[in-house]
Design a protein. Structure first.
Length: 265
């Protein structure tokens, strides 16, 4: 579990991260109770971050003031309170109640993620499921982006890009990982080529590639050095984008990195 200093540092990191945060009645009560142990507001928490405790205290004051003025923190909650069912929550009962209360409050708007600490959850799942059927993304690092936002960005890139994976037999787990990461299924084209495939067949299978709209990902470990060179030549002649990797996992990473680089240009 986090120490008190780590708790304050993490919370300050969220305030400075640029994420759109909502703290509901449960979170307000829980955070105020934590701060009371330090004598807040007469004594500021001591944490080691570059901005210094004075600036952090100012951010905390603004966040709590805004939250207390816009939530029903002082009103009893009579709605059904769902329990966290996956992954198992390892924090205390009070903080679990705070999370579930705030999920109810935030669900009045669009709730995209729950900001928390990875040490409070049993496992490395990226979503939190509640017994009322709702699912929210779990984000444990203020500096990381949402997986849902990443999927949307990847889908946007491949809405106008055809992906050709060249080499070996169609790898269904790799295809599923790409789909889970935002690549539309109809954008994925698998060209089955092995080490014995002749250069003429490779050339014919890759005919019709288009500049700027096609990405060819070569699984080099399945077709060997000579086959990989023929694929590269075909891409150079057509102007299609090209990348290659030895393994399926490296190929997956290379495809997603290509999409991220494309977004930044």
């Amino acid at each position: 579990m986090e120490s008190d200093d780590e708790f304050f540092e993490r919370f300050a990191g969220w305030l400075a991260s640029g994420h759109e945060l909502t703290i509901g009645p449960g979170g307000c009560d829980f955070i105020l109770s934590q701060y009371t142990e330090f004598g807040y507001p007469n004594a500021a928490p001591t944490i080691n971050i570059p901005e210094g405790s004075f600036e952090v205290r100012g951010q905390i004051d603004r966040m709590l003031t805004r939250s207390l003025n816009t939530t029903s923190a002082n009103q009893p909650v009579t709605a059904f309170i769902p329990q966290i069912v996956r992954p198992k929550y390892l924090g205390g009962d009070e903080s679990q109640l705070a999370i579930t209360l705030d999920v109810i409050y935030a669900s009045r708007e669009e709730l995209t993620f729950i900001a928390s600490s990875s040490g409070h959850w049993d496992g490395a799942e990226s979503n939190v499921s509640l017994e009322d059927g709702s699912i929210s993304e779990l984000l444990c690092d203020p500096n990381l982006g949402l997986a849902s936002a990443s999927r949307a960005a990847v889908a946007e890139i491949f809405a106008s890009t055809r992906l050709f994976i060249v080499g070996g037999q169609k790898n269904l787990p790799l295809v599923q990982k790409l789909k889970d990461s935002g690549v539309p299924e109809d954008a994925i084209n698998w060209i089955e080529i092995d080490r014995s495939t002749s250069p003429k067949i490779i050339k014919r299978r890759l005919s019709g590639l288009k500049r700027d709209t096609d990405l060819v990902a070569c699984w080099t470990g399945q077709i060997g050095h000579d086959g990989s060179k023929h694929v590269e030549v075909s891409c150079t002649k057509s102007g299609a984008s090209h990348l290659g990797s030895q393994s399926a996992s490296d190929l997956y990473s290379a495809i997603l990195q290509w999409a991220k680089d494309k977004l930044s240009t």
